[in-house]
Design a binder for this molecule. Structure first.
Ligand code: SF4
Length: 353
């Protein structure tokens, strides 16, 4: 499964290396105004704490490009500048310390302008992510393939890669995106066979937190499971913190990440006698900062809860007025319902590693 991923070139983005045997890195993108360095830094620090490993900021103005210098000083993860249309912004972003730039060579202007950007990247040896979206597919490719297709997206991306290779630069990362999940999967399957560069994967315009999470989990799940993808971003119309949380969970679910507490909870049924939905959410929030690599179960009844929580290291099962503390399916003690959460917290804080 890991074959394709391991075959990609290694690319260094600041202190993070992607590609080859390196773990799939989690990216997110700020949604503050990059020109407002203080707000952008504040958001990045929160994202770092949540597990974001590479951060991207939009650079739509020269002021934003200049703000990168201040932002870089105050954050601890690599900073990627996202540029559209204006090659001067790409050059300024590099000069102001961006660890990588993301451009679509198709919309950056003439070959000369692209060459100026490539030369600047070469000078600092920073990678360029060549990003192609289904929405920006060129007319000849739309005509050749009869509309937007996976083949067209891949051909467009490979054309752009070749343009930069022909300019003597191969410090590249590639991304191809489509909001059509299965088209996106197919495009990744095709490009992974053709392209030696690390792939940044994501489902674009995936939607609100709910639909974006579902689409991203389905699409990224297949792509990553096929051994494709070196960095991921879950795109959500929402708080980027949610993107990072989802990305982490996708990687953990696929066995590509270890660590952190996994909370499992029962679906509730007619036997449930407590507010399990509220309790499970409280537990999930409570364990987020506890550095243990164990499974915690939150079950809705004392009858079947202990048995159904056998695979969890520790758990709680709620009854009427009182609940149970369980370890590996065995009842450890009875506790008052209102003390369940705190009892679990104390057990986790004193957990012997
Ligand atoms: S643990 Fe109890 S409440 Fe939860 S689904 Fe099973 S039987 Fe129902």
């Amino acid at each position: 499964m890991e074959e394709l991923r391991k075959k990609t070139k290694e690319v260094r983005i600041g202190d993070v290396i992607i590609g080859g045997i390196h773990p799939v890195a989690i990216q997110s993108m700020t949604n503050t105004k990059t020109e407002d360095a203080a707000s952008t830094v504040a958001q990045i620090l929160k994202l770092e704490a949540a597990g974001c490993e590479i951060i991207r900021c939009a650079v739509p103005t020269m002021e934003a490009a200049e703000a990168l210098k201040e932002i870089k000083k105050q954050i601890h993860i690599p900073l990627v500048a996202d540029i559209h249309f204006d090659y001067r912004l790409a050059i300024a972003a590099i000069e102001n310390g961006a660890d990588k730039i993301r451009i679509n060579p198709g919309n950056i202007g003439s070959e000369e302008r692209l060459r100026a950007v490539v030369d600047k990247a070469k000078e600092r040896n920073i990678p360029i992510r060549v990003g192609v979206n289904s929405g920006s597919l060129e007319k000849p490719l739309l005509e050749k393939y009869g509309g937007v297709t996976a083949e067209g997206i891949v051909e467009s991306a490979l054309d752009k890669v070749r343009m930069i290779e022909d300019m003597g630069y191969d410090n590249l990362v590639v991304s191809i995106k489509s909001s059509d999940v299965m088209m996106c999967v197919k495009a990744h399957e095709l490009i992974a066979k053709e392209c030696p560069y690390p792939l940044h994967v994501g489902i674009t315009e995936a939607g609100t937190v709910y639909s974006g999470n579902v689409k991203s989990s389905a699409g990224l799940g297949i792509i990553l499971y096929e051994g494709i993808g070196n960095t991921i971003r879950v795109s959500l119309t929402g708080d980027p913190l949610e993107e990072v949380k989802t990305a982490k969970l996708i990687l953990k679910t696929l066995g590509l990440r270890k660590g952190g507490i996994e909370v499992v909870s029962c679906p509730t049924c007619g036997r449930t006698k407590i507010d399990l939905i509220g309790l499970a959410n409280q537990v999930e929030t409570m364990v987020a900062d506890i550095p243990l690599d164990i499974k915690v179960a939150v079950m809705g009844c004392v009858v079947n809860g202990p048995g159904e929580a056998k695979e969890a290291d520790i758990g709680i099962a709620g009854g009427q007025g009182e609940g149970l503390l369980i370890k590996k399916g065995e009842i450890v003690k009875k506790v008052k319902e209102e003390e369940l959460l705190e009892t679990l917290r104390q057990e986790l804080l004193n957990w012997k590693r």
